[in-house]
Write a protein that binds this ligand. Structure first.
Ligand code: SF4
Ligand code: SF4
Length: 357
């Protein structure tokens, strides 16, 4: 049997994250190891920096000031550099592009602070997606946010944390959930269709107007769902202002991880080999930055790892932080499921050579 080829993963140790300049230099030094050859990136290529701004009330997200070195470097390569993010599935401020940009601004992200624009890749309401054909076990296509699909390059910058459903959140999570349009997020999280809570419905009809499948009607001033027509896009859940349409986050933790990495494959297929991943292992908390609160770190800050292969980058991050760290934080979840499934569907390899820089 042919020996499995290992992926290269570069690591820059960093224990002081209080100096934005030091973090910025470390990020740039990782990028210089994984950057494509000089002549491949063209001046008019669209290069998306994928990250998350964090929910209101948390401060764990990647800071805008940390990107200054990387952005300054990349701006010399292309005129079309931008930060990309997608709307959330759940009904909070970041579930539409306006609220999302407001949160980004309040967390220090805007064109004045970074020098580049922010594009919410799945549009104003999270509807702008494109079906990308994949060979998964759960999906034959992934609904990936349009602006991600239209990008020539994708740099996935991920804050490594634990996660309530996947146990571990790194590049695979940032690609799989973070690059999906709302319908794709819903398909990963839920195995059932949205439900209408009749007592909360005021009969405004907003859900009926927005539904692309004509799957909602009104009867005696209450919304009713025609399940046979519903395509599970999730639009109705965010438009309802009384919270009368609920998503059931009922997918089990194994299938959730498998679906998530199939969506990560969708993002990878969309941009091809023009993808790079960098995981920042600092302030590693039990839960991700979508929680509206700060938590104490589970382990001391480690540094950052980068590579071309998201599976290897995540496996190296898991190993460096200790798989038990995540298993103790979420005892019922095995985070290796996502690594194993990602390998199985051909997204990358968990075998890596760690190169200290
Ligand atoms: S949007 Fe909400 S409140 Fe309005 S009809 Fe639909 S379910 Fe009822
Ligand atoms: S999930 Fe989409 S298709 Fe289904 S009822 Fe809601 S808006 Fe219509």
């Amino acid at each position: 049997m042919a020996k499995k080829e290992k992926s290269k993963v570069y690591v820059k140790r960093l224990d002081d994250w209080t100096s934005a300049e030091k973090v910025s230099q470390a990020l740039l030094s990782i990028w210089q190891q994984i950057a494509p050859p000089e002549d491949i990136m063209k001046k008019n290529d669209f290069l998306a920096l994928k990250l998350t701004f964090g929910e209101e009330g948390t401060s764990g997200y990647i800071k805008a000031a940390w990107l200054s070195g990387l952005i300054g470097f990349l701006k010399q390569k292309t005129e079309n550099l931008f930060i990309v993010e997608t709307n959330t599935l759940y009904r909070e401020k970041r579930s539409n592009a306006i609220g999302h940009l407001q949160v980004a601004h309040s967390h220090g992200y805007n064109i004045q602070t970074t020098g580049i624009p922010i594009i919410i890749a799945d549009g104003l309401h999270g509807r702008d997606g494109q079906n990308i054909a994949i060979r998964g076990e759960h999906f034959e296509h992934a609904r990936i946010a349009k602006a991600v699909c239209q990008s020539d390059w994708l740099i996935c910058l991920s804050h490594v944390t634990g996660h309530i459903q996947s146990g571990f959140a790194g590049s695979l999570k940032n690609l799989g959930m973070g690059c999906a349009a709302r319908a794709g997020k819903l398909l990963q999280h839920s195995k059932t269709l949205p439900e209408i809570i009749v007592e909360k419905c005021i009969g405004c009809g907003a859900c009926m107007k927005i539904c692309p499948a004509n799957a909602i009607g009104l009867k005696k001033k209450k919304a009713i769902l025609v399940k046979e027509r519903c395509i599970g896009c999730g639009e109705c859940t965010v438009v309802c202002r009384t919270g009368a349409i609920e998503i059931k986050y009922d997918e089990n933790v194994v299938k959730f991880q498998e679906k998530m990495v199939e969506y990560a494959l969708g993002a990878k297929v969309a941009v091809g080999s023009r993808m790079r991943c960098i995981n920042l292992i600092y302030n590693l908390t039990k839960n991700c930055d979508c929680m509206s609160k700060d938590e104490s770190p589970l382990v001391p800050d480690i540094g950052m790892v980068g590579g071309i292969d998201p599976v290897a980058v995540d496996k190296a991050s898991l190993d460096m932080a200790g798989i038990d760290t995540f298993k103790q934080a979420h005892a019922e979840i095995d985070p290796l499921i996502q690594i194993q499934h990602a390998e199985k569907i051909g997204l990358g390899t968990s075998e890596y050579d760690l190169i200290e820089i």
